[in-house]
Design a protein around this ligand. Sequence first.
Ligand SMILES: Cc1cc2nc3c(=O)[nH]c(=O)nc-3n(C[C@H](O)[C@H](O)[C@H](O)COP(=O)(O)O)c2cc1C
Length: 297
Amino acid sequence: MPHAINLETCKKCGLCAEVCPNQIMEWAPEKEPGFRPDRLSLCIGCGHCMAVCPTQSITAGGMSYAKDFFDLPVGGLGESDFFNFLSSRRSVRNFQDKPVPREMLQRILDAIAFAPMGFPPHKIEVTVVQNRTIIHKALPQMMKLYGDLNRWMKNPLVRFLMKRKMNPETFNTIQNHVIPAMEKGLPEMKERGRDIFTRGAPALILFHAPRGSENHTEDSHIAVSYGLLAAHALGLGASAIGLIPPAVERNKNLRRLFQIPDDNEVLASMIVGYPKNPFKRGIRRGLARVTWVEPNG
Ligand SMILES: Cc1cc2nc3c(=O)[nH]c(=O)nc-3n(C[C@H](O)[C@H](O)[C@H](O)COP(=O)(O)O)c2cc1C
């Protein structure tokens, strides 16, 4: 689809040029606006020029006003509502024995689609497992995978090799968090059926994307964040689950069970359900460190 400006309706306000992240538009008060041919290849299809144009005079990035845009809702969340909402979200790991209706899961996906991404369009694909029977089938495979990992990490040579091969972030997460949790959790899961992976949740959403697609790792984690917030807004409970993606990624049976396309990498996951135990208070948290760089510092 070509880039075009309808010069009959264009008010020459220059807003499109101002918001374009890659300065693709040519604009000066006394000149007719237009696209700069030498920069057209930089268009990422973000739609900002079309979204800001007061007279719908622009066509860019293969988008159309009828299909890809909507009128902005009137009003919005006040500051205190926004902070109240954020501060009352929790990672929920205990659920009522009640399925989440498909329409609510679809609302979560609608919210996820609004998440920012490195480069439009979204590379993220999702698999929604709204069936505890399917989730149940996955659990023995996950137990086996994490049982194997637990054993390998006990072997000093294998541990040394894993440390050399993995990035330090992954190795430290495994050594400091995953292994201690598995040490206690796997026997409990085996003996008492306590689901340490999906926490008995009635629904699971997996986030995956074609291997090598731009920015898909960061995008998937932002997408999960949107999903967690959407679940909270809908009165549901949710948690990101970091244990599931590496297991699904590495295991053919799990990939098949969750219908992950062969070329896709599984990057993130979240569980969703109706929360069982309402939290009575928020948790005050600070960042690890904040540095203000002062103008005269
Ligand atoms: C990337 C990521 C991975 C996580 N993986 C798990 C997990 O595998 N199992 C789990 O029970 N919680 C998991 N969590 C939830 C965190 O433990 C939780 O966010 C943290 O304890 C803070 O609690 P809060 O979200 O209620 O503030 C994960 C969270 C994030 C952001």
